[in-house]
Design a protein around this ligand. Structure first.
Ligand code: SIN
Length: 549
């Protein structure tokens, strides 16, 4: 028996209708950049977010945004670090675009009002994170980079009268015309007066910038809104999802105890970039000798080393020692992390910080070309919802904000010229359904235990069995159940891809296939939904880090 998830979400008939030329779903750096850049080039732009404007992942980004902005640094060096972290699974062209267009995109962000930190001499202050061989991470408010970027972008959007924003609006499903082109979408809006409940927006293009899937797992750095909605909606509409098995676990997430669920506090890699180091339960620095960059090795290497040592010592976490940074430095450089840790009873100035890996970032997503086009005409994707090919098997630290910025700018370069006349949706033949919200905790526990940091054929088979059962638990229409349906659908596609990748590469760690296998698995696993079942196919490609490892 194979897993079957709803082919479209069961939802009431639209009770209201309106029109826009372009709908942007999501209000982090990717969505807001796309909307601002499209302004003046297309008629009407509608931006929708299922919470409030600032609720997505961007505002939680601590470390910063990577770009070759410092003296002596070059896009080529940034490219090499990105390819090495990506473990051979990056798209070389996409990486070159990222690193070459990145510096200008960051300068533009500064010009619209994002205040980055500067050194005493007036130059941009740059720090280092895992996998980078140079200081190239620009940061703001010490460790509040995402919050500052979000503030600046929201201010720009609020000043742009021609962009309409609808908050508390969950995108339900896409509408396609007879040619299979996007011509609208259904939305569920909570508490918007005339637009309350399910409605439809007829439009000529949709930009998906709806973020990641962190809530698939029990513990994640992602906010509660990261339920994979955009990826699931695209999958149901027939889009190809790519590289879903590459989910990054951040090595240093503050450990709050075995029962702690949902969003967990991140301890930025920049803390290690400024000199903090990991120690095990005996106080031994265990990253030395594991990698030439020791505590600043790429993220997958550090997460694996922590997990191994936790298993060896029978512990649920390791420790981060940043006491030597001193009170003054902590207060100035990492005020947000300091306050959060103290709120949880740990003072990093005097205490070791308990840390363990937790889900942080989806390197895969809706497959796009170099201009953000998905495989469905009229549907574009950007940011964490997309798989542009820049991250490969393991995203390099602080490349995520940059990806959203760079590829949203590219979408805005091509989309206006590709807009088709407004068409009408065809009758939707897909079977509707909705999975009960109550299955979410079991789904998250299963994904964490079987499809998390460490995977095996038997664990993945067991996870698929559980997910198959959970997918048959019908629920009532409503936000919680729609989100759960999205989460289960993405979990099923992720587990199916992970089962077929019988090797260890980047963030995909198979205990039964511990080696990287370029002969068998250099390339990508693509997923499409066929009659409700995720079907995975492999596309071979040359490993892109050859000669650079
Ligand atoms: C961090 O600050 O460690 C996270 C940065 C990132 O995810 O790139």
């Amino acid at each position: 028996m194979s897993i079957k998830v709803p082919e479209r979400l069961a939802a009431g008939a639209p009770g209201w209708s309106r029109e826009a030329d372009v709908v942007v779903i999501g209000t982090g750096i990717a969505g807001l950049t796309a909307a601002l850049r499209l302004r003046g080039q297309v008629g009407t732009i509608l931006v929708v977010t299922k919470d409030v404007l600032s609720a997505g992942s961007t505002q939680w980004a601590q470390g910063g945004i990577a770009a070759a902005l410092g003296p002596g640094d070059t896009p080529t060096e940034h490219e090499i670090d990105t390819l090495v972290a990506g473990a051979g699974a990056c798209d070389l062209e996409a990486v070159r675009i990222l690193v070459n267009e990145g510096p200008e995109a960051v300068r533009e962000l500064i010009s619209i009002g994002a205040n980055f930190d500067h050194a005493a001499g007036g130059e941009l202050s740059l720090t280092r994170e895992g996998g980078h061989h140079r200081d190239r991470i620009a940061h703001a408010g010490g460790d509040a980079t995402g919050a500052e970027i979000q503030r600046a972008l929201v201010a720009a959007i609020e000043a742009a009268e021609e962009i309409e924003v609808i908050q508390h609006a969950l995108a339900v499903d896409l509408q396609l015309d007879a040619a299979g082109t996007v011509c609208g979408l259904t939305l569920h809006v909570m508490g918007e007066g005339q637009r309350d409940g399910v409605g439809q927006v007829r439009c000529r293009a949709v930009v998906l910038a709806s973020g990641g899937l962190g809530q698939v797992f029990s513990q994640t750095t992602n906010p509660a809104v990261s339920t994979g909605d955009g990826m699931a909606l695209a999958l149901r509409a027939g889009a190809v999802l790519r590289d879903l098995e590459f989910v990054q676990f951040h090595p240093t997430v503050m450990y709050l105890g075995p029962d702690s669920m949902g969003q967990q506090p991140l301890i930025s890699e920049a803390v290690r970039g400024e000199g903090a180091f990991l120690v095990d339960d005996d106080g031994t620095r265990f990253m030395q000798g594991v990698h030439e960059l020791a505590d600043l090795a790429p993220r997958d290497v550090v997460a694996k080393a922590i997990t191994r040592r936790m298993h060896e010592q029978g512990k649920e976490h390791m420790w981060l020692d940043a006491r030597h940074l001193g009170r003054e430095f902590w207060e100035h450089r990492f005020p947000t992390i300091l306050a959060t840790a103290r709120r949880h009873g740990v003072d990093p100035v005097t205490d070791l910080i308990p840390v363990a890996p937790a889900c942080h970032y989806a390197s895969g997503g809706v497959a796009t070309d170099l201009w953000g086009r998905s495989t469905i005409p009229g549907l574009y994707a950007t940011g964490e919802a997309a798989c542009s090919g820049v991250h490969g098997a393991n995203r390099l630290a602080s490349n995520s904000l940059l990806e959203g910025l760079v590829f949203s700018r590219r979408i805005a370069q091509v989309l206006p010229g590709e807009l088709r006349p407004q068409t009408d949706p065809v009758a939707d033949p897909r079977t509707p359904g909705v999975i009960a919200a109550k299955v979410r905790p079991e789904m998250q526990a299963t994904m964490t235990e079987r499809v998390g940091v460490l995977r095996s054929a038997s664990g993945l088979a067991a996870a698929t069995e559980v997910l198959t059962d959970l997918a048959m638990t019908e629920g009532d229409e409503g936000t919680e159940s729609w989100e759960t349906t999205n989460l289960v659908s993405i979990s099923a596609a992720l587990a199916a891809s992970a089962a077929l990748r019988e090797e260890t590469r980047g963030t995909h760690w198979r205990e039964d296939f511990p080696e990287r296998d370029d002969a068998g698995f250099a390339g990508h696993f693509d997923v499409v939904l066929v009659s409700g079942t995720p079907v995975v196919t492999f596309h071979a490609a040359e490993a892109t880090d050859q000669g650079q490892v």
